[in-house]
Design a protein around this ligand. Structure first.
Ligand code: KIV
Ligand code: ZN
Length: 548
């Protein structure tokens, strides 16, 4: 239990609210890798998922609870493993699922929620306010009978009647809630309003002094960080955030913005977090690569341009004194643009040590595979930086769901003749499959050849390419997002409205050849889609043929 009144707990919901963003579907090993690194970053709470959504979601949360929820304290900035939290609607079934998934963590938490705004109570829940109060009482008490650490959120608090909130929250405290989280679910409030809402809750809710008040803001009006900071100034001591601000619609509050605002403007806030800020850039890249959601270049703290000083006048000022135009040092967020980390002659051991320092826990087999790629890269590229290594590892990671692997690619393109690609893939049967296709350009031809082999009709929603470092020899990173076609139903259930939504799948690929990177990114997304389809089919068979 943290007793310092000036400590702000960082509750990371990248793997739950963040993963609800379209296209952010992560495999369970990607989730585990992100969770491990969130622990190393020093977050206090990891909301690992919504276990009632599916057996897969349940298993992913359970794995994180077991592995990350019991990490060795010496490896962590806070000296203790983070709290592992599972989300549950205010029903016994959801609460049982959340408890089942998190119970093996050293510090488990159940987070249950129920809407309190007039519009949600009337149209979504179809419940009277009295019924809502009663349900909160019963379900918080039920969660508390299972777990000592219970968080309750009145969903859509930003549009709820404050007097009603004081009542509901007071009942949640009486029933045993230990954290009360105030969500601005639809990103509607302004900083003044949200700050006043938190002030009012702290002043008027009976028993509030015995619990932690938390804030959870969405970014529909671009105000999530400002609202979160206003809530913290008003007395909240937990902020719910995601890496890169990913989340449904316009996203959630971004972890890096809140943490760096508190740190950089310490004289204004006088508040601390337990975050090791030098890990921010690395984790931002990892989340972007695994989700396939690129970070906008002008994104505060982690955007490619956040520390770039283009204009001549700025550069001149910077050369005279860093602080002229820079309020944070890039190193403070772990940005070492061109640091040479390893050279052509570095051995396997040096690579393993550096990868461990970067936070990757790889098996011998994985290190060997990365080492091979590293040597190939060192032959092509003069300097190899941390960013290059991260791109290699993430490109190499998670072959667990690889139905198809790229085994060879040759393209012919340019102004003469038709762009043509010949692709060789190793399929799930272990056999090589070869196909050649023409297209409007080399990427189109490559994707057509892959489509002819994989036969998984899809719509490509997004294709992004960018260079990891400066220089003509840089590694190119490609991220794609796609959706199954022909009305095929691969869905995920939203905890908020219970609706099933067609999933989109993201993929990432990195290579000094951007056509190869494009092929890998496309295959990574297709493999995720095929794995999800296989799980849907397995679940359908299980329903049709229940075991005796
Ligand atoms: O935005 C929201 O209201 C939520 C709750 C489940 C906390 O994500
Ligand atoms: Zn939310």
């Amino acid at each position: 239990m943290i007793s310092n009144p000036n400590y702000v707990r960082i509750f990371d919901t990248t793997l739950r609210d963040g993963e609800q963003s379209p296209g952010a579907s992560l495999t369970s090993s990607e989730k585990l890798e992100i969770a491990r690194n969130l622990a190393r970053l020093g977050v206090d709470v990891i909301e690992a998922g919504f276990p009632a959504a599916s057996p897969d979601d349940f298993e992913a949360v359970r794995r994180i609870a077991i592995e990350v929820g019991n990490m060795r304290p010496d490896d962590l900035p806070s000296g203790r493993p983070p709290i592992i939290c599972g989300l549950a609607r205010a029903t016994k079934g959801d609460i049982d699922a959340a408890w089942g998934a998190v119970r093996e963590a050293a510090h488990p938490r159940i987070h249950t929620f129920l809407a309190t705004s007039p519009i949600h109570m009337k149209h979504k829940l179809r419940m009277d306010p009295e019924e809502v109060v009663e349900r909160v009482r019963q379900m918080v008490a039920y969660a508390r009978s299972l777990c000592e650490d219970v968080e309750f959120s009145p969903e859509d608090a930003g549009r709820s009647d404050p007097e009603f909130l004081y009542l509901v929250l007071g009942e949640a405290i009486k029933a045993g809630a230990t954290t009360l989280n105030i969500p601005d679910t639809v990103g509607y409030t302004t900083p003044d309003e949200f700050g006043r809402l938190i002030e009012g809750i702290i002043a008027n809710t009976p028993g509030i002094e015995n619990v932690v008040v938390s804030v959870h803001c969405h970014n529909d009006l671009g105000l999530a960080t400002a609202n979160t900071l206003a809530g913290i100034r008003a007395g909240a001591r937990q902020a719910e955030v995601t890496i890169n601000g990913i989340g449904e619609r316009a996203g959630n509050t971004s972890l890096e913005e809140v943490v760096m605002a508190l740190k950089t403007r310490y004289p204004v806030f006088g508040l601390e977090t337990g975050i090791d800020t030098t890990q921010i850039t690395r984790l931002s890249r990892m989340v972007s690569n695994y989700t396939g959601i690129p970070v906008q270049p002008n994104k505060a703290i982690v955007g490619a341009n956040a520390f770039a000083h283009e204009a001549g006048i700025h550069q001149d000022g910077m050369l005279k004194h860093n602080n002229t135009y820079e309020i944070m040092r890039p190193e403070a967020v772990g940005l070492h643009r061109s640091r040479l980390v390893l050279g052509k002659h570095s051995g396997r051991h040096a690579l393993r040590v550096r990868l461990e320092e970067l936070g990757y826990e790889l098996s011998d087999e994985e290190v060997n595979a990365v080492f091979k790629r590293f040597k190939e890269l060192a032959d092509k590229k003069k300097t190899i930086t941390d960013a290059d290594l991260e791109a290699l590892v993430e490109d190499q990671m998670d072959t667990s769901e690889a139905f198809y692997k790229l085994d060879g690619l040759q393209v012919a393109c340019g102004t003469m003749g038709m762009p043509t690609a010949t692709v060789r893939l190793i399929g799930p049967d272990g056999e090589a499959h070869l196909h050649a296709a023409i297209g409007t350009g080399p990427v189109d031809a490559t994707y057509k050849a892959i489509d002819a082999i994989v036969r998984a009709p899809n719509t490509l929603l997004e294709f992004n390419v960018h260079a990891v470092t400066e220089g003509i020899d840089a590694i190119g990173e490609v991220t794609v997002r796609l959706q199954p076609e022909n009305g095929e139903v691969i869905t995920r259930t939203s905890p908020q409205n219970g609706h099933a939504r067609t999933r989109t799948f993201g993929g990432y690929g990195a290579d000094t050849d951007i056509i190869v990177a494009s092929a890998k990114a496309y295959l990574a997304a297709l493999n995720k889609m095929l794995a999800a389809r296989q799980r849907v089919e397995a679940a359908e068979i299980a329903v049709q043929q229940p075991s005796a």
